[in-house]
Write a protein that binds this ligand. Structure first.
Ligand SMILES: Nc1ncnc2c1ncn2[C@H]1C[C@H](O)[C@@H](COP(=O)(O)OP(=O)(O)O)O1
Length: 222
């Protein structure tokens, strides 16, 4: 076994330095130099958000919000959004970046209100989780929230999207989430966020059902 002197016991890997190749308003591209277990220096091309607040481990919050109403099935609140980076509409959890001094919980509640108009209550907060670590250092906390749909503040929710945000609020029944998301992708040209799809798969598995939708080996064409 390799000697373990890296971050969190990763065998012998350590950060050496970072050089910025491009610095934009929202993102930067850097070349990260690190040392491998044999002592060799290697590089990685790394995208970083410029918006992460000083001292924060997380960029923002992702909100798993469930709308609860008397005599109604529980519904998961998702947002359909145009994402320029992939030139497509996506199906995502409401989410956003933390402001300076803002807690992850407050960020989640604010983003939920801005993107959907709903006022929710935080139920739980995950540790900081990474988003796409082969590409960037982007991180988020997964915040579960409950929305009391019978509360007067939630009767006619009015979103307040930020400049440049174009969102549609969508409702999916929790008891058949995966099926309904699969149906939705057949009707609408949307790309589902991995977090959303994984959540739906996990719910399906927790009911003892197999989440498989399509035959193996198929390739998604553009
Ligand atoms: N790469 C990028 N290019 C241009 N604008 C960006 C950007 N990343 C973030 N922004 C701007 C536009 C968003 O309306 C705003 C706030 O983003 P957000 O809503 O907090 O996060 P998210 O885009 O994950 O929902 O920041």
């Amino acid at each position: 076994m390799m000697a373990s002197d890296g971050v969190n016991g990763t065998p012998g890997c350590r950060f050496i330095k970072e050089e910025t190749v491009y610095q934009g308003e929202w993102l930067s591209l850097g070349v990260t130099t690190y040392q491998d277990p044999q002592g060799q220096h290697r590089t990685w091309e790394t995208v970083r958000r410029t918006t992460r607040c000083d001292g924060y481990k997380t960029d923002g919050a992702t909100v798993v919000a469930v709308l609860k109403r008397a005599l109604h099935y529980d519904q998961l609140i998702l947002v359909q959004q145009f994402r320029p980076a992939i030139n497509a509409f996506t199906l995502e959890f409401p989410a956003g970046l933390c402001d300076a001094g803002e807690s992850v919980e407050d960020c989640a509640i604010r983003e939920l209100r801005e993107e959907t108009g709903y006022t929710g209550q935080v139920i739980s907060v995950s540790p900081t989780t990474c988003m796409d670590p082969g590409l960037s250092n982007s991180t988020t906390c997964l915040v579960t929230a409950q929305i009391d749909g019978d509360d007067i503040v939630n009767i006619r929710p009015k979103p307040h999207p930020e400049e440049g945000e174009f969102l549609k609020v969508l409702y999916f029944p929790m008891n058949e989430l995966l099926t309904r998301i699969n149906d939705f992708t057949k009707k609408e040209a949307v790309t589902v966020d991995s977090r959303v799809y994984m959540y739906a798969m996990a719910l399906q598995l927790s009911k003892g059902k197999d989440p498989v939708q399509r035959s193996p080996g198929r390739i998604d064409k553009k």
